[in-house]
Ligand binder design. Sequence first.
Ligand code: SF4
Ligand code: SF4
Length: 371
Amino acid sequence: MSTVILRKATYNYDTLKPQIFEMLDFFCGSLIKKNSRVVIKPNLLTPASPDRAVLTHPLIVKASVEYVLQKGAHPQISDSPGTGSFDMILRESGIRDALTGLHVDPKEFETSLFIDIGDPFKHIEIAEDALKADVLINLPKLKTHTQMLLTLGVKNLFGCIVGLRKPEWHFRTGVDREIFAKLLVKIYKAVNPTVTILDGILAMEGQGPGKGGIPREIGVLIGSNDAVSIDTFVCKIIGIDPDKLLTNKVAKEMGFFNEEINVKGDRILEIKDFKLPQITPLVFGPKRLHRVMRKHLVQRPVCDDSVCELCEECLQHCPANAISHGRKKIHFNYDACIRCYCCIEICPYGALRAEETFPGKVVRKVLKVNK
Ligand code: SF4
Ligand code: SF4
């Protein structure tokens, strides 16, 4: 049985700091020794200010750093961002300011080690610093995710795949969300975070996880040494079947999770009307029709040209080279697009969203395919 600690929380540092210390003490206090190398892995997807709810809040990062320093250990803040420079993210997120005066080493994940994570993926390159840390503190954000429904504790570790290897893995896992979920769970097990603390104080609903999502105050902080337990618990409090988050389902099938969770802390909350992104199955029906279905029936990325700044970030991160730059706007090649929605995730201006096609809506209704 795993343990989860839930705390009602705000970004008031006087009350937040003891809550973070409580969770770190409970889950990894005895593991952080003098001179331990402690890697702190927030969600640093893209440059964004705290009010956008895209990134882990700077005060949660700060409290974690202070805890590690108090133990006489060496904290290192690391991630491999989806887009934008690491320095710019630290500045715009407020993390750089929050850490003023603290002896800490922010360092982008750059080098990787090859790890055999088993079938069907075999060898995969994972950030060396994450693998070699004495203690890894995983600090995800509670957000929706256009491709995977939600991004929580398990998905946050995908940031341990360095740079453009991320879109490459999207491409290799193709359109099958369950295969991608399996990859995420295998990365999670390989990295094996010591503790996970989820920032659900200002969460994100709608078309997350980038700037297209809508911030929503939820007011919770959730900690555990088992990220799958946190992810399952979040599904329960926002009122969805935990198996709808495929990483939960896959973790159970792979024998990593048994669903018995001991919840400590504040009374369990129920979050009403949490707006999930629209998700349609990427392929369904007879296999020979999958390609045609994907092209015509599956929700596709679309651009709001009045918001697009033609910055070309989406072109650079599209694993299928399915986006091109016209004279005044970007164009999608929907034949080539594998519907990974990386472009939506990384667009710095929130100009992209996934939109269901008209034939897709009709066919889904006729075939009674659930969202
Ligand atoms: S859609 Fe977004 S990422 Fe792509 S060019 Fe426009 S602003 Fe840049
Ligand atoms: S266009 Fe967007 S959704 Fe399609 S493959 Fe490229 S990044 Fe993925």
